[in-house]
Design a protein around this ligand. Structure first.
Ligand SMILES: CC(C)(COP(=O)(O)OP(=O)(O)OC[C@H]1O[C@@H](n2cnc3c(N)ncnc32)[C@H](O)[C@@H]1OP(=O)(O)O)[C@@H](O)C(=O)NCCC(=O)NCCS
Length: 431
């Protein structure tokens, strides 16, 4: 068997042989297929990149049909059970589990970079009282590029490490402050004696107590949620980070683009949409009518379906278990019953079965976040904090990849050509 593809162009009768490597052909090879010398050559049309690989990556492996997710070769189930978010962050960014010294130094560095410049605080205070925290996060992450102009030096490995540490460290601070802002409460400075996740909770919820402490089961549940979000290969926001990063801009600007992409309801905004949907359905007896509406195309069942998973999203299974741990501390959220019944009905319904629509990571995560007292607008912020190591790992991989170029897709032009411009006074002469 030869690893190549023979293409016969029926327009010209010409045959071409194109190499197949790693199950892919190079799109540029199709450019050789022409009908004449001034033909720009064949290209593929792929809105939403449904069947186009934009990079080679060794970070995350997903088998959507089997419901498998691995970071750097390790199954997500094992990482969620036995690791910590910061250890997973190191793994995702640097490709290997840290030694004891590497882990301690990584945790220390991240802990000591959680503070932000006071002017960042001033910037955040300038937002309207009802600003969406994702908008505040996007703006403040982008603003960090102005506080660290050295971040432009992306070719230097030590410099990249510094920005990676800074960004993983500061995201919870920015996220927590955007939450406090909406509540009109004073911003809480980081506490270097707390773990990454407990410190985040402290910056969110600390009031007048001298020392904040949270139930360890809640801290662990949140840490697991962050692990589950750490990377997910070439999703919309990662593609945004890579696309913007391909211009060789600093990583803060690239990650700000990722935050923007994550803000959308079809991506990170889905868990917020799930909770609003569950609240609107309200109780189990309203589910059949709601499902009928979905099947009639009136709306989507939020938290169901995935571009890649055509089976259970493995993260959804882990989250379902985390729900039990959290509800043990906080008491059961009555919407859990609605979610479980919705899942049961949808998994048996021909419409969802035929389209391979299963619960995704967002279906249950909103319920946990609500039990942890987060308002829905904050859900996507939590996703962004978890995804930051993944964005940075992907950005670093892009920078190191000699095959990468500035992202510049082709288009198929469908507009007019060769029109002649008529000045306004002539166009409007008869009006
Ligand atoms: C995630 C998502 C954007 C993936 O979209 P996609 O891969 O482009 O899939 P499509 O939009 O082409 O959907 C394929 C079919 O399933 C249907 N479908 C997909 N998700 C659906 C949902 N959540 N509810 C109802 N129908 C859905 C589509 O209407 C389409 O049906 P059709 O073939 O009759 O036209 C999509 O499943 C969705 O919108 N889900 C809800 C939002 C969500 O939970 N997002 C979080 C992702 S982690």
């Amino acid at each position: 068997m030869t690893d190549s593809l023979t293409i016969r162009d029926n327009r010209t009768g010409a045959e071409y042989e194109v190499a197949i490597t790693d199950g892919a052909i190079k799109a540029a090879d199709l450019g050789k297929i022409k009908t004449s010398d001034d033909d720009p050559g064949l290209c593929t049309y792929d809105p939403g990149f449904t069947n186009t690989a934009s990079c080679k990556s060794a970070i995350t492996y997903i088998d959507g049909d089997k419901g498998i997710l691995e970071y750097r070769g390790y199954p997500i189930e094992q990482l969620a059970e036995k690791s910590t978010f910061l250890e997973v962050a190191y793994l995702v960014v640097y490709g290997e589990l840290p030694t004891k010294e590497q882990y301690e130094s990584w945790v220390h560095e991240i802990t000591y970079h959680t503070f932000v410049h006071e002017n960042v605080k001033g910037l955040m205070q300038g937002f309207r009282y009802d600003a969406h925290p994702m908008g505040m996060l996007m703006a403040s992450v982008g603003a960090l590029s102005t506080f660290y102009p050295d971040a432009r030096n992306i070719a230097d490995a030590d410099n990249r490490h510094m920005q990676i540490v800074r960004m993983i460290a500061k995201m919870p601070t920015l996220g927590a402050w955007s939450f406090r802002h909406a509540q009109g409460k004073p911003y809480v400075y980081p506490d270097n004696e707390l773990s990454y996740t407990e410190n985040f909770l402290a910056m969110l919820f600390k009031m007048s107590e001298l020392k904040f402490s949270a139930d360890p089961r809640l801290v662990r549940a949140l840490d697991v949620l962050l692990i589950l979000h750490a990377d997910h290969e070439q999703n919309c926001s990662t593609n945004a980070v890579r696309s913007v990063g391909s211009s060789q801009v600093d990583p803060y600007s690239a990650v700000a683009a990722g935050v923007g992409a994550l803000y959308g309801p079809l991506h990170g905004g889905a868990n917020e949409a799930v909770l609003r949907m569950l609240k609107r359905i309200g109780s189990v007896e309203n589910i059949p009518a709601f499902i009928e509406g979905v099947k009639a195309g009136n709306e989507r069942l939020m938290g169901f379906g995935h571009r890649v998973y055509k089976n259970f999203d493995p993260r959804a299974k882990i989250i379902k278990k985390a729900c039990d741990d959290v509800f043990e501390v906080t008491g059961v959220n009555p919407l859990l019953q609605v979610a479980q019944e919705l899942e049961r009905i949808a998994l048996e319904d021909e419409y969802f079965v035929k389209r391979k629509l299963y619960p995704n990571v967002d279906f249950y995560s909103g319920l946990i976040y609500e039990a942890l007292q987060f308002p829905p607008e904050m859900f996507t912020v939590l996703f962004a904090i978890g995804r930051t190591p993944g964005w940075l790992a992907q950005w670093q991989e892009l920078i190191m990849d000699k095959e990468q170029k500035i992202a510049r897709p082709k288009q198929i032009y469908t507009g007019d050509r060769t029109l002649t411009f008529v000045p306004r006074e002539e166009r409007w002469a008869d009006a």
